[in-house]
Design a protein around this ligand. Structure first.
Ligand code: 2AM
Ligand code: CA
Ligand code: CA
Length: 263
């Protein structure tokens, strides 16, 4: 039987160590490369941190599998067994430009069910943590269940690119949401934006395209505070492919899907 508590303790220890490595790296020069385009950045730290987790996991749990953004893990095509879904640095552009507003994100799944979610805001030393059935926490302070929010009082995370002409969605569908809500914010780290929804700093977050490592940890957190996460059409999320993403307090989420996104 899988000892999830044992895994949880190790994951927390390793994420603290990785955070320390990242903080220490601020004194040394970064090596920055482009991935798919000049705005898609990757640094030596993204790679080093992913490799750090892979070494620890493989040494301790040789039968676990790892899906990591930088590709040093396994070639994962199914959700069978224990699967670690890792984004070593979520918000790399912020890491490079601001040295803040990025996070390490780790979701740990068993046969497709989320058991552990960890999102670590390294610079602010804020660890968002959830364990299936035992609630969500920020630095060991319990996060309450989300209260009902009306759209007029909601603060929503969204990248401004989605309310301009873009190749993924008709901005006329999204602009009315931004006009109706109390405020719109863009933090540039999907994992942190999920953690903010779980902790009530945001009421919802939506985006056209994420990969599983961007939201795997966030899903576990959201579930524990009674929030909802789906695609932009309200469908179940797929942990093995890129997808649109919409997370929020339940009433607000349902309202936006019905009145704005499924028009
Ligand atoms: P990253 O920093 O790990 O690349 C930026 O708004 C958010 O979207 C970040 O969480 C970023 O993760 C993610 N992101 C950036 N480019 C992406 C892409 N092409 N596909 C999926 N997610 C992306
Ligand atoms: Ca990411
Ligand atoms: Ca990343």
């Amino acid at each position: 039987m899988t000892n999830w508590k044992h895994i949880d303790q190790n994951a927390k220890r390793w994420i603290a160590e990785a955070g320390e490595k990242i903080r220490n790296s601020f004194d040394s020069a970064l090596s920055i490369q482009y991935k798919s385009n000049p705005n898609d950045l990757v640094t030596n730290m993204d790679k080093e941190i992913e490799q750090f987790f892979i070494e620890k996991i493989q040494e301790t749990y040789p039968d676990h599998r790892i899906l990591g953004e930088e590709g040093y893990g396994d070639d994962v095509t199914s959700l069978d067994g224990v699967l670690w879904i890792i984004d070593p640095i979520d918000g790399t552009m912020n890491f490079v430009h601001q040295q803040r507003n990025f996070a390490i994100s780790i979701g740990i799944y068993g046969d497709g069910i989320g058991y552990i979610g960890l999102i670590y805001d390294v610079v602010h030393n804020e660890l968002y943590h959830a364990f299936k059935g035992e609630g969500a926490y920020m630095n060991d302070i319990p996060l309450p269940k989300l209260d009902k929010v009306n759209i007029e009082e909601a603060v929503v995370g969204i990248n401004p690119v989605w309310v301009t002409e873009n190749k993924r969605i008709d901005y006329n569908l999204i602009a009315p949401i931004v006009q109706k809500v109390r405020g719109a914010r863009s933090y540039g780290s999907a994992a942190l934006e999920c953690a903010y929804v779980a902790s009530g700093r945001l009421d919802a977050y939506l985006t056209m395209r994420l990969a599983p490592w961007d939201f795997a940890a966030g899903l576990v957190l959201i579930e524990e505070v009674g929030g909802v996460a789906t695609t932009l059409k309200g469908e179940k999320l797929d942990l093995l492919s890129k997808t649109s993403f919409f997370v929020g307090e339940k009433n607000l989420h349902d309202h936006i899907i019905k009145e704005y996104l499924n028009r």
